[in-house]
Design a binder for this molecule. Structure first.
Ligand SMILES: [Ca+2]
Length: 273
């Protein structure tokens, strides 16, 4: 069998002038680095719960604080290692107190402690494609399209003592201010669109966590890139949270600081500015 190479000629509709040749121009995009401080998020939760030392939440924290050394810190603080269940006195409506055996995983969910960890793990990361394109001289407005070569969240450092479940990856139009934007609200009110998810990682994982695209995710991200300015939002899925890490028969208090950065390598088919 004989093979013939057939040159493919793309004809443009423009007749008034000869368009410059389009080049494949790679761009390396990255967000600012963002830090999580889960220990601080839980310290804030403990301080908030114990603004009223007699609240049910603070009573559990105090009872937990006694489990390591029979002493209660000021303010009360959950020890680094604590049992899975605990007897705690609970008083309902002033009609007397009973001692109840508390399942501490359920308590961590119901008290809002894990929700505070989840909020801490949400990032809002504006990415200015136009700024990078201008530096490199890429004419996005005259571009034929963009090919996404990689999109990752890089864990630059990771001192977290827990694994994460899969984390959702969204984009929202424009450059949103991380300091004033609530990522979870942008997701629930539909401003952000899911393009994929990051596979769950083990405690201490460092390196590139590659986005796995949803069905139309690659197209949606390409649209966001062609829009020249967008914001990546990374958050645990609705209704899903981290699991408390364990050590033997005990739980570990979630803790640690991590630093992440959204990174992407893309290739525009475009002319030079
Ligand atoms: Ca203690």
């Amino acid at each position: 069998m004989r093979h013939a190479l057939i040159p493919l000629v793309l004809l443009t509709a423009a007749a008034c002038d000869v368009p410059d040749a389009l080049l494949e121009i790679p761009l390396e995009l990255e967000s600012e680095p963002y830090s999580f401080d889960v220990g601080q998020a839980i310290a804030d939760f403990e301080a908030q719960a114990c603004t009223d030392m007699t609240s049910d939440e603070c009573k559990v924290i105090i009872a937990l604080d006694e489990t390591d050394d029979s002493a209660v810190s000021d303010p009360p603080s959950i020890p680094a290692v604590f049992p899975k269940t605990l007897d705690v006195e609970q008083c309902a409506g002033g009609v007397g107190c009973v001692t109840a055996n508390i399942d501490l995983l359920e308590w961590a969910k119901d008290s809002g402690m894990l929700d505070d960890v989840k909020a801490n793990l949400t990032i809002v990361a504006p990415i200015d494609v136009e700024e990078v394109a201008t530096e490199v001289g890429v004419d996005i407005d005259g571009s034929n399209g963009v090919e996404i070569q990689s999109i990752t969240v890089a864990w630059l450092s990771n001192g977290l003592n827990f694994a994460t479940p899969d984390i959702d990856f969204y984009t929202a139009p424009g450059l949103l201010d991380p300091a004033t934007s609530n990522g979870q609200a942008l997701i629930s009110n539909g401003t952000a669109t899911q393009v994929g998810s990051l596979p769950g990682i083990d405690a201490g994982f460092e390196g590139a966590n590659e986005v796995v695209f949803a069905a139309d995710g690659e197209t949606l991200l390409a649209d966001a890139l062609m829009g020249k300015q967008f914001t990546a939002i990374v958050a645990l899925p609705d209704g899903l949270n981290i699991a408390l890490p364990t050590q033997g028969d005990n739980y570990l208090k979630p803790s640690g600081i991590a630093e992440v950065q959204a990174q992407s390598v893309v290739q525009f088919e475009a002319g030079q500015l």
